[in-house]
Design a protein around this ligand. Structure first.
Ligand code: CA
Length: 666
């Protein structure tokens, strides 16, 4: 989702007219239902339907033989029971059939058919829910399948990818291009012989892939896959079933389930976890969404005139503060964690949700698997009726538990402002970003040497611990780092821009917090200068893997950088107290210079002290380093986790646009 607004003034709800207040109290009086048997359960004893819709006048289930375009073979009238749930059942186990609901609303109007909000399998385009036997979709060894164990979220290295970007280019050598199965294929190679696919991820060393929306979204026509439509997928349709266009057969409801599980299993077998990008903050449709066709009005926030409020910038926003919407979000992520073994969740426009819901999400997921982590965008894309003090904002993250937010502070300070293509940052020679880079280095926690008043974005330490911050310099949104550097460094040579990218990512990967990178930056991929490529063709979005050979030194640098971080807990501290005690900044007024040490064998590190000096300027910087026995880890645009050589300290020159990293091992 576009990153538009990081903090908003208090909303207008305080002065809302009587009508809106009446609607709100009315919704609060609707009974909620937290059981996990909504909307269909099936076993040898029969098939049971259960639709939550407290104000409906009537509800009917239609049963079909096929996923599209055939008349129903049966219908069942439902009866209203406890908790606002309408129920119907049949002794027949309806495996292989499809179903929809049709609700008569409080005014007596018959709404359109809907697969409901809890469809766990569907046919083409998600129009009809499917009844399948989930046990038959499990890969071999699924019961023993586990993702990587983490002591803390800061031990993760997150790689954000889109299924098509990653595998669709002919050079990927992958058979199932653009599909879940692409990530199950071993030993795939480029024509030059470089590893692609899952082997590439292992070689790079990332711990988790973060897959862009992979639930069933609305925009790509699953009935016409040869059209090769592209979309990021931020237009949710069925939240609890995988997207059909990523399967080999959208009409076969088992295929998308089986193939997504196969993807998770293959990644887990490679030691890599899977983070899902989830978009509960809005739906693709308004009045025609599955929420509106089951319980009209309830799941959304509205303005005082009754229209949809729009903090998502996509036409509507959901209402997590209402009991049944909160139940829905919590039960949905729990379902993905249990059925698909998902290892983490990235919440789109998380600040549209209330803090209480996000705290409950994190707490419930930790009960299933303590290694699961949750992060999100701590902003909205427009104003919301939810008061700012209740929103899961970046500014409020210190009041939440088990939740992390993206740091737009480090992002914009290092590379320049995200929305101004020509703007430069610390790594590209623009002075004035030094203090904000330091905010990034300490993971936005309180530090005695960091003056938040000089921060570009945040003016106070917002994270209670570095585990609450995700550091990055680019993601699917906005320009890729490659394109940003091209637009902000006109007339530069590509080698200069690659050098700037190395410095930028070195700052990210050595900072406290969780590092996050956009797929393909390790081979210097671009998107032809397109900043919002959400529906751009493959020619813009596909990663050309021949770049891996062309930019082999770049890939090598990234791989070593990740290796360095994973080998050294000093970069992965978990408490603000440790960060404040172990990180010491060197005094310097030089522009585009940040110099600091991580001391005291921080966080159990074998290294006594790590000295990091970043020079984002255009002239060499003569640094004064204490005399002693140092191992050189990075110098002049080259990095080796195991060391490049020795240094005796004293005056050490840091070349322009590079990081000097020294380690004192004894
Ligand atoms: Ca779809």
């Amino acid at each position: 989702m576009k990153t538009l607004i990081s903090a908003l003034a208090l909303s207008a709800v305080a002065g809302a007219p009587v009508m809106a207040q009446n609607m709100e109290s009315d919704y609060a009086s609707w009974p909620a239902y937290s059981g996990d048997d909504l909307e269909m359960t099936v076993d040898a004893r029969g098939t049971r339907f259960a639709l939550w819709s407290p104000k409906a006048k009537a509800a009917t289930v239609y049963v079909y033989d096929t996923d599209l375009n055939t008349p129903p073979v049966d219908s069942l009238e439902m009866r209203l029971g406890d908790g606002g749930v309408w129920r119907a059942q049949t002794p027949a186990p309806l495996y292989g059939k499809f179903y929809t609901f049709r609700v008569t609303d409080a005014s007596g109007r018959r709404l359109d058919e809907t697969p409901g909000v809890w469809a766990k399998a569907t046919g083409t385009n998600g129009r009809r829910a499917a009844i399948i036997d989930f046990a038959k979709t499990d890969p071999q060894g699924w019961a023993a399948d586990r993702g990587p164990e983490l002591k803390a979220m800061t031990d993760a290295v997150v790689y954000e990818m889109h299924h098509r970007d990653f595998s669709i280019h002919p050079s990927s050598g992958i058979v199932h291009k653009g599909k879940f199965l692409a990530l199950t294929e071993p030993a795939t190679r480029t024509p030059q012989g470089a590893a692609t696919g899952i082997d590439h991820l292992k070689e790079l060393g990332v711990t988790h892939v973060h897959i862009l929306p992979s639930y069933d979204y609305n925009s790509v026509d699953e009935a016409n896959l040869p059209a090769n439509e592209y979309n990021w997928g931020y237009d949710p349709y069925n939240y609890n079933t995988p997207e059909g266009s990523y399967s080999t057969d959208p009409a076969n409801p088992e295929a998308r389930v089986r193939e997504m599980k196969a993807m998770v299993k293959a990644l887990h077998d490679a030691g890599i976890g899977v983070v899902m990008d989830v978009v509960y903050n809005h739906t693709a449709g308004g009045d025609d969404s599955n929420f509106s066709l089951t319980a009209p009005g309830y799941y959304y926030r509205h303005r005082s005139d009754g229209t949809y409020s729009d903090a998502s910038g996509c036409g509507n926003e959901t209402a997590s503060e209402r009991a049944q919407m909160r139940n829905f979000i919590i039960n949905s992520v729990k379902y993905w964690a249990k059925e698909y073994h998902i290892d983490g969740f990235r919440f789109d426009l998380m600040a549209i949700h209330d803090m209480e819901t996000m705290d409950a999400v994190a707490a419930e997921l930790k009960k299933i698997n303590p290694s699961i982590f949750v992060y999100g965008e701590g902003w909205t894309a427009g104003d919301s009726p939810l008061p700012a003090e209740r929103r899961a904002l970046k500014d409020n993250v210190g009041r939440m538990t088990g939740i992390a937010v993206f740091s737009d502070d480090i992002r914009d300070a290092v590379k320049g402002h995200y929305s101004d293509a020509a703007d430069r940052g610390f790594a590209t020679g623009k002075p004035g970003n030094e203090e904000t880079v330091k905010i990034g280095i300490v993971g936005a926690t309180a530090h005695p040497q960091v003056d938040y008043a000089k921060g570009n974005n945040s003016k106070r330490p917002y994270a209670a611990a570095p585990t609450q911050v995700v550091n990055y310099v680019s993601c699917h949104d906005d320009l890729t780092l490659t394109d940003k550097l091209a637009k902000s460094m006109p007339g530069s040579a590509e080698a200069e821009r690659q050098r700037a990218a190395r410095l930028a990512q070195t700052i990210v990967f050595t900072s406290q917090g969780t590092p996050f990178m956009f797929a393909g930056e390790e081979v210097f991929r671009d998107k032809k200068g397109v900043h919002n490529s959400y529906k751009s063709p493959d020619s813009v979005n596909a990663i050309d893997w021949t770049l891996k050979t062309r930019n082999a030194a770049q890939f090598d640098y990234y791989r070593e950088l990740i290796k360095l971080r994973k080998a050294h807990p000093a970069f992965r501290m978990t408490t603000a107290e440790d960060v404040a005690r172990n990180i010491v900044f060197d005094k310097t007024d030089a522009p585009n210079i940040v110099s600091y040490s991580i001391r005291n064998n921080a966080n159990g590190d074998e290294w006594k002290e790590i000295k990091l000096i970043f020079n984002g300027g255009t002239t060499p910087f003569a640094a004064k380093v204490p005399k002693g026995e140092w191992t050189v880890i990075a110098r002049d645009g080259v990095l080796r986790a195991d060391g490049l050589g020795e240094s005796k300290g004293g005056t050490v020159v840091v070349t322009p646009v590079s990081a000097l990293i020294l380690a004192r091992t004894k």
